[in-house]
Design a binder for this molecule. Structure first.
Ligand code: NAP
Length: 526
């Protein structure tokens, strides 16, 4: 095959367009073979954004919430039809085992289904009613009513490499349900799955023209094409987030931006726990799961583990013993539990990050001791899970600041609960912290203490051990995002996700006029 036959087309301005040049190659991170190429060179982005804004936006806004919910259901069916192909692409391009690919692919289908159901409940409305009408004066004839209407722009998604499927659909579901057209720019390394899903959905004809576009390859020019009523949702590193925040589209044209960046998530064991306690076992199991699912390439993965000082050695032993049994290598081999990182670049980044952390921590379990199954260590971007530990967490700096985006976590002891909470807060704002205890009083207190610095607090006691959704699993009914270094963004959280894609306006009018507005809309219940 020549490079031009491998070049994936972009879908912009309602047509498939092959960009200029030979493109950037995407690789199989286990075998090292080239798969496809992507390029956005020479695309007329202004034409594409205008087409989406005008044609896609108009068509979507002409539909009711229920009609758009039906559309989400149709997308979900298309994706289910082609599910096997997506698993093959994920194995080849992301190096994930079938189970790990499921988090991305089936997680996306589940989220679409969730918003299809939620949207159906909004019925035939085209406007959302926010709160009750409020009198503006003593006389009740003139009142104020807040409403939410879809923003008349596009939603640009600039996504990270680790969730090429879920990362698109968890954002697209609330955007399309809100009546806002989507333009997605996947991370180059794993763009193939996103591109293929968009292709299947476009080919199925379940969306109006302009409702969904995909640009693969360089991000150059994307932010320049944004207009004041557009929104941009970015997921990726803090460095790129800073570039986006300072772009004139945001700083001068007030384009609304949602940022999901890196995060030093934590797990905390109750000071009253013992080695025999269920809470201890639950923490150990969850830490190992979080370190190994998707080879630790999850924004929500547990990076710092806090245990009472007297349990430090026992926790180090228990976690290390479980990690030692994790098989690493070619995800096509059924005995492999953990596949590879997404690329050689990521492998190099994980190694460099580990070297930084090791300056402040001991190695409790060394990932380098894992022999690779069915994979050539000279080629495959595979790395075993590494548990680090320090007995002096208060003196550490890098351990609370550097996110190693791979199967790496650091164990830290604490003396008092107050110490633990203040160490956790040294992450300066995280996506999620999980608590392990048998005491509801401890859970309630610690959860509220951590709520202001976390988008989500996941409190696990033995009674929910078999039910809970997992520390790192992002469910559409719960908020995803976090303050501070986590980016300050808010995604999902049920119908709260619709806020970002709407404009809120206060209509001050006669009671009679407001009654007509309320009758034509649907009260939003968050
Ligand atoms: P990244 O390098 O910042 O890239 C993210 C996206 O931004 C990619 O699509 C990238 O395109 C694009 N990009 C790069 N430079 C840009 C620019 N100047 N203007 C506009 N877009 C630009 O991040 P990554 O390495 O893919 O992702 C890993 C990071 O994402 C980790 O830190 C992780 O914690 C974070 N993450 C956070 C969440 C969350 O929900 N909070 C979820 C997943 C990942 P190219 O690929 O073409 O360079």
């Amino acid at each position: 095959m020549t490079s031009s036959t491998l070049l994936l087309p972009n879908y912009v301005a309602g047509r498939w367009q092959t960009a200029q040049g030979s493109g950037t190659p995407l690789f199989d991170p286990v075998l090292g073979t080239e798969l496809v190429r992507v390029s956005s060179a020479g695309l007329d982005l202004n034409e594409g954004f205008t087409f989406a804004r005008e044609q896609g936006g108009r068509a979507l806004r002409a539909m009711t919430y229920r009609e758009r919910a039906v559309m989400l259901g149709a997308i979900s069916k298309v994706l289910q039809t082609h599910r096997d192909a997506y698993y093959d692409i994920a194995t080849a391009n992301s190096g994930t085992t079938r189970k790990d690919s499921g988090v991305d692919i089936d997680g996306a289908i589940f989220t679409l289904g969730f918003y299809a159901k939620q949207g159906d409940a909004l019925g035939d409305a085209r406007v959302l009613i926010d709160g009750e009408p409020t009198r503006m004066a003593k006389d009740p004839t003139f009142q104020s009513q807040h409403v939410m209407v879809p923003t008349r722009g596009v939603a640009l998604f600039i996504n990270a490499f680790n969730f090429p499927s879920w990362g698109l659909w968890e954002k697209a579901a609330p955007a399309l349900l809100s009546g806002v057209p989507v333009i997605v720019k996947p991370a180059t390394a794993t763009a193939w799955l996103t591109q293929r899903m968009v292709q299947d959905v476009i080919d199925a004809g379940v969306l109006p023209p302009g409702a969904l576009s995909v640009v693969c390859g360089s991000s150059a020019g994307l932010m320049d094409a944004l207009q004041p009523f557009d929104v941009v949702s970015f997921t990726g590193s803090a460095e790129t987030a800073a570039v986006i925040r300072s772009h004139p589209a945001v700083s001068q044209r007030s384009v609304r931006v949602n940022i999901e960046a890196d995060s030093l998530n934590s797990a905390l064991l109750d000071p009253a726990a013992t080695v025999e306690s269920e809470a201890f076992k639950l923490l150990v199991g969850e830490v190992v799961r979080e370190m190994t699912v998707k080879s630790g390439q999850k924004c929500t993965a547990i990076r710092r583990i806090f245990v009472p000082a007297h349990l430090y050695d026992a926790a180090a032993q228990a976690i290390s013993a479980k990690l030692a049994g994790v098989s690493v290598g070619n995800p096509r081999n059924e005995s492999v539990r953990m596949g590879s990182l997404v690329s050689g670049e990521q492998l190099a980044a994980v190694r460099a990050g580990l070297a930084q952390l090791r300056a402040e921590a001991d190695v409790l379990h060394d990932g380098a001791t894992h022999a690779l199954v069915d994979a050539d260590p000279a080629i495959a971007a595979c790395v075993g899970p590494t548990l680090l530990g320090t007995r002096r967490p208060a003196e550490a700096r890098v351990l609370h600041a550097v996110e190693v985006f791979g199967p790496v976590s650091t164990l830290m002891p604490y003396d008092t609960l107050e110490d633990a909470l203040s160490l956790i807060r040294r992450g300066e704002g995280s996506l999620v912290s999980s608590l392990y205890s048998e005491d509801p009083g401890f859970m309630a207190n610690a959860a509220l203490e951590l709520a202001s610095s976390h988008g989500r607090v996941h409190a696990i006691s033995p009674d929910v051990a078999a039910l809970h959704s997992g520390h790192g699993n992002v469910m559409p009914m719960s908020l995803h995002g976090g303050p501070g270094r986590a980016g300050g963004g808010e995604e999902l959280g049920g119908m709260r996700a619709l806020n970002f894609y709407h404009r809120r306006s206060a209509i001050q009018a006669s009671t009679a006029a407001l009654e007509q507005i309320v009758a034509s809309g649907q009260r939003l219940v968050l």
